[in-house]
Write a protein that binds this ligand. Structure first.
Ligand SMILES: Cc1cc2nc3c(=O)[nH]c(=O)nc-3n(C[C@H](O)[C@H](O)[C@H](O)COP(=O)(O)O)c2cc1C
Length: 216
């Protein structure tokens, strides 16, 4: 059975049980070591319903990001957002490349994550601002997945225009955009994207981790 066919079986089983349109990653993915399903379950679907997200749900995602670790506890991440249908929405949506617009049009919210490149306490450059912001994004994505939201990171947007349109000061680095929404039906996507609507795999640990000096 193909992976997509397996997905269909899983979705049909779910439809009778909890009406969920999004399958959990662990139902397809296999970890080589015993990790919590939380890590396997998060994935990046594209099908979304376009229904509104409540302010309180969104704040829960931001709250998770808030507690991420950072060098000197500088918390360099800043998150700008627009709710679908709001006055702000076109500002964010129009930054996306066409390939992302196709599916992100059904997101409930679009976020832009930026990071402050200097430390608050002394104004000196921070070498880990992107690393820290990535930790915040990771927490946000995991919390969103736990709450049953699609949380999909995007680098396919106009970074230069984002800075001007959204008034990002020079001291901040534009990191990535994120689409957040309620899971939708795979059939709502163009055919090419339907084929990719499945939790993907990872490199072997030995390709990304080594003991001692660099030898990849
Ligand atoms: C920073 C970042 C940028 C990404 N940019 C895009 C994008 O522009 N368009 C897209 O469709 N997916 C994008 N993705 C999704 C990745 O392709 C996806 O996270 C990766 O294939 C791993 O799959 P998973 O998230 O389902 O586990 C991005 C993800 C991240 C974290």
């Amino acid at each position: 059975m193909t992976e997509l066919a397996k997905m269909d079986v899983l979705l049909k089983t779910k439809a009778g049980k909890d009406q969920t349109l999004m399958i959990k990653g662990h139902e397809i993915r296999n970890a080589d070591h015993p990790i919590d399903n939380l890590f396997l379950d998060r994935w990046s679907p594209r099908a979304m319903t376009g229904e509104p997200i409540s302010e309180s749900d969104l704040m829960v995602l931001f709250e998770a990001a808030r507690w991420a670790p950072s060098a000197n506890n500088n918390q360099p991440w800043r998150i700008l957002y627009a709710l679908r249908g709001s006055e702000q929405w076109p500002l964010f949506f129009d930054l996306l490349v066409e390939a992302n617009k196709v599916w992100a049009q059904n997101a409930s919210a679009l976020l832009l994550m930026v990071s402050k490149t200097t430390f608050d306490h002394n104004g000196k450059p921070s070498i880990t601002h992107s690393f820290d912001c990535g930790a915040a994004w990771g927490s946000l994505a995991l919390q969103g997945s736990l709450k049953g939201f699609v949380v999909h990171g995007m680098q396919g947007f106009d970074y230069t225009r984002a800075r001007t349109v959204l008034n990002i000061p020079d001291e901040f680095h534009v990191e990535a955009m994120v689409a957040v929404g309620r899971p939708g039906a795979r059939e709502s996507l163009p055919e090419e994207l339907q084929k990719r609507e499945i939790p993907n795999d990872r490199k072997k640990l030995t390709e990304t981790v080594c003991e001692g000096p660099f030898r990849f």
